[in-house]
Design a binder for this molecule. Structure first.
Ligand SMILES: [Zn+2]
Length: 805
């Protein structure tokens, strides 16, 4: 007999099966994960092409002829983004998910319709349509269809009632358990291959942090080593151990691209494919691998070429998080609370979210709002136009560079920042592609005027983009405040993840490839930003503050009235409040610098808007932008030295004191030069890490990067753009006929056998020194050549260091 049960729990994930969706639920009481089936019929929309005519009844009939179409409804939708009136469209419901793509293709082939909402992943569509989201707390009612000896019980959803809200700031996370899965392989050479056998496997349980959240960067509390002479037994035991530990999250390093495809290959070799499973429903791992080899294997994100794995491994009922993938997508390693927060607001299931760009998350929020506001979602069109990042757009627009930066050393400077200025402007002024220069407010004069441009913004409708940015913005500002007050680790992670969503939002506004992007919307935001910075400057000047530097959404103020640092601090705090009130966007007081150094942009002199500076706040905090210590491709020894140079100025409160300490900084430089000259710097300190920008054969000059990439390829690794290459410079001036002598791959470097290029590393060091001061150092060249002069100069460094601490 079938019976009905009601209970509460967390909706962890939704995956699809041929007839509908499977809801993976962790129950509140027993903390058990169960799967509930629900039939689901996805819907897309068809709009008759211009010359097709207006007989909707007839078109409804034509569409209904397709045997996979369950239902056709005539409805009212905004078809084009700029439409301010709805028009008729046909909603086509397809019997079941497995027929969705096929039916779309068939309807498209009729040639009468333009189709919309065709490429949303089914699970996301399910969440939009039902107003649900991953990791939400719900009340479930299910019907249990009793199985028999052969068939397990089948749980069918009767109803689901959301008892959660993704706008809520503080919420309970489902109790989660994570394990790391790692496999050691027996191989010779630099890299293992599929035909190398497993040595042993290791499953480590991750200890949850104080908020009861598993942390990928956290402590592995118990390691289970799966060691066996028989490889088939190792594979079977992996499945059994996972089954017994019953984790919700399986963390891997490179599971998508190597580890899991490798395990599948080993299982096949040993004829145990069916016995290797990690999913909760025991689906063989071989069936969890998705091959994306049709698509490009690299993409641009924020000016950096990133590599996309050709395979992705999605488990069912469990999350596979490949830390090499998700850590590169702005979720810093271990940021599980952040991924969960973004999954909740974007309605993208966790596993998929960890593999799409953060722009993909933002777009999903837009799609949800478009769906709710009755806008149709156009299909994705690939256009050759590259993606401009927000920063690129700001630079090209000159909008970020309003105050000519003054270069030099300053003391007692206060920094004021608009919190999330661009997203705030978008949300506050309803800036969205369809609201900028709308037709509905064009003639009646009700539109909001855009400063300095002959543009207006709609006052009658809420824009999709502005509405979509409001939620992450509102939450982020509150989390930031909360974290400042409490130091909460969990919500700090949440804040970091949301910050990234906001950062990309502005870039996407002007991005033509984004389905809701429009360049005028982007110009509108820049116009407001300029206007507000100018108004902020006026308010600051009225209170006797001089603006010495201003960029994008920050200004740096200096006192003109001889007030004490403490008085100046008070005044500038008032200025921040006044600006907040005047422009309606929160301006925050971001600290008082004892000393701050604004630098010319040596590396990129044509980009003035990119700020290069460093400073030490009166609380000792060091802030650095645009110099070596911030870059990944600088060897550790150089970064360490640069921090040491900066540390010399800790506690200096005036420019005079700063200048008095310059000789000490130089001595610190000599100290590091000597260190390099000894020849005893470790491999780790010397290694330079760079992302390969093209295929090794496509490099035209033998740069270090090119030579290292070629070496890597020769060692048997497939080198594609976006891959990291680590190398050490051996001889910068190597004979051009033997360029491979220039560098050596870091893991081939043997401290006993090889000697790094001292001269080159000293040069990098010297540049790192020069780059943090706005002065010229003509004497350095001589000093570097003569170690006798350096030695005599260094004697009192030790005593100095003792004195300042
Ligand atoms: Zn309007």
């Amino acid at each position: 007999m079938d019976s009905q049960i009601a209970f509460k729990g967390w909706l962890l994930d939704a995956s699809t099966y041929s007839e509908g969706v499977i809801l993976w639920v962790k129950t509140e009481e027993e903390r058990k994960v169960i799967r509930i089936f629900q039939e689901f019929s996805p819907e897309f929309f068809a709009v008759p092409k211009d010359d097709v005519g207006n007989d909707f009844k007839r078109m409804q009939y034509i569409l209904a002829q397709n045997q996979n179409v369950k239902k056709v409804r005539i409805c009212e939708k905004y078809v084009r983004l700029e439409d301010y009136e709805k028009s008729r469209a046909l909603g086509v419901t397809v019997e079941k998910p497995s027929l969705f793509k096929k039916t779309i293709k068939e309807v498209n082939e009729i040639g009468l319709f333009t189709l919309y909402n065709t490429d949303l992943p089914i699970a996301q569509m399910y969440f939009y349509v039902n107003d649900l989201f991953p990791m939400s707390f719900c009340q479930f009612k299910i019907k249990v269809e009793k199985g028999n000896a052969k068939k397990a019980n089948f749980l069918r959803l009767v109803s689901i009632d959301l008892q959660d809200d993704n706008e809520e700031l503080f919420y309970d996370l489902p109790p989660l358990r994570a394990v790391w899965l790692d496999v050691k392989i027996q191989y010779q050479g630099i890299k293992p291959y599929y035909n190398d056998p497993i040595s042993y496997a290791e499953v480590s349980i991750v200890e949850n942090d104080e908020d009861n959240i598993p942390r990928a960067d956290g402590y592995k509390k118990r390691r289970i080593r799966i060691d066996n002479t028989n490889e088939a037994d190792i594979l079977k035991t992996i499945s059994k151990v996972i089954d017994r530990l019953n984790p919700d999250i399986i963390l891997t390093q490179n599971g998508d691209e190597f580890l899991f495809p490798y395990l599948v290959a080993r299982a096949s070799e040993n004829r145990v494919s069916k016995d290797l499973y990690l999913s909760r429903d025991k689906k063989p791992l071989a069936k969890c691998i998705f091959d994306l080899s049709g698509g490009s294997d690299h993409y641009m994100s924020y000016g950096i070429i990133r590599r996309r794995s050709r395979t992705q491994v999605y488990l069912t009922g469990r999350f596979h998080l490949d830390t090499t993938t998700y850590a590169s997508l702005h979720f810093s390693e271990g940021n599980i609370p952040g991924v969960i927060e973004v999954a909740r607001i974007s309605r993208i299931p966790l596993q998929r979210l960890s593999r799409v760009t953060i722009g993909g998350a933002l777009q999903s929020i837009q799609f949800y709002n478009a769906y709710k506001l009755d806008h149709l979602i156009p299909p994705f069109k690939k256009s050759p136009e590259g993606f401009n990042t927000g920063m690129d757009l700001i630079r090209s627009d000159r909008g970020g560079h309003i105050f000519e930066p003054i270069i030099g050393v300053f003391d007692q400077v206060v920094e004021l920042d608009f919190s999330s200025m661009y997203p705030s402007l978008m949300a506050t002024f309803n800036v969205s592609s369809e609201t900028v220069n709308c037709k509905c407010c064009k003639d009646d004069g009700t539109g909001i005027k855009v400063p300095g441009l002959d543009f207006h913004i709609c006052t009658k409708r809420q824009g999709i983009i502005s509405k979509s940015i409001s939620l992450p913005l509102k939450k982020r500002l509150k989390y930031k405040e909360y974290v400042r007050e409490t130091g909460s680790v969990r919500y700090n992670f949440t804040d970091i993840a949301l910050k990234w969503v906001l950062v990309v939002s502005f870039g996407y506004l002007g991005f033509k490839n984004a389905r809701f992007g429009k360049i005028e919307a982007h110009q509108t935001v820049c116009a407001f930003a300029r206007e507000f910075l100018m108004r902020s400057a006026e308010i600051a000047e009225e209170r006797g503050c001089k603006i010495i530097h201003g960029i994008v959404d920050s200004i740096w103020l200096k006192d003109t009235k001889d007030r004490t640092p403490e008085e100046f601090e008070e005044v500038t705090k008032e200025v921040a409040n006044e600006i907040t009130k005047s422009v309606g966007i929160p301006m925050s007081w971001d600290g008082r610098y004892n000393v701050i150094v604004f630098l010319p942009s040596r590396a990129e002199p044509d980009i003035p808007a990119l700020s290069h500076y460093w400073g030490i706040k009166n609380n000792g905090e060091v802030k650095v932008r645009g110099i070596e210590v911030r870059r990944r491709d600088v060897p550790k020894i150089v970064k360490d030295a640069q921090y040491a140079f900066i540390d010399i100025f800790q506690g200096a409160t005036t420019t005079e004191e700063f200048m008095r300490r310059m000789p000490k900084a130089k001595k610190m430089l000599y100290h590091y030069i000597d260190k390099i000259e000894t020849g005893k710097i470790s491999r780790e300190e010397l290694t330079i890490r760079q992302r390969v920008s093209r295929k090794p054969s496509q490099y035209k000059v033998n740069s270090y990067q090119a030579v290292a990439a070629k070496q890597l390829e020769r060692s048997g690794v497939v080198v594609t753009p976006g891959k990291n290459v680590r190398y050490i410079i051996l001889n910068a001036d190597a004979d051009p006929d033997f360029p491979e002598k220039k560098v050596i791959l870091s893991n081939h470097y043997d401290e006993k056998k090889h000697q790094y290029d001292k001269k080159k590393y000293v040069e990098l060091l010297k540049r790192a020194f020069e780059n943090i001061f706005p002065f010229e150092f003509p004497e350095l060249e001589e000093m570097i050549k003569s170690d006798v002069m350096r030695k005599s100069n260094q004697k009192d460094l030790i005593s100095f260091l003792e004195n300042i601490n």
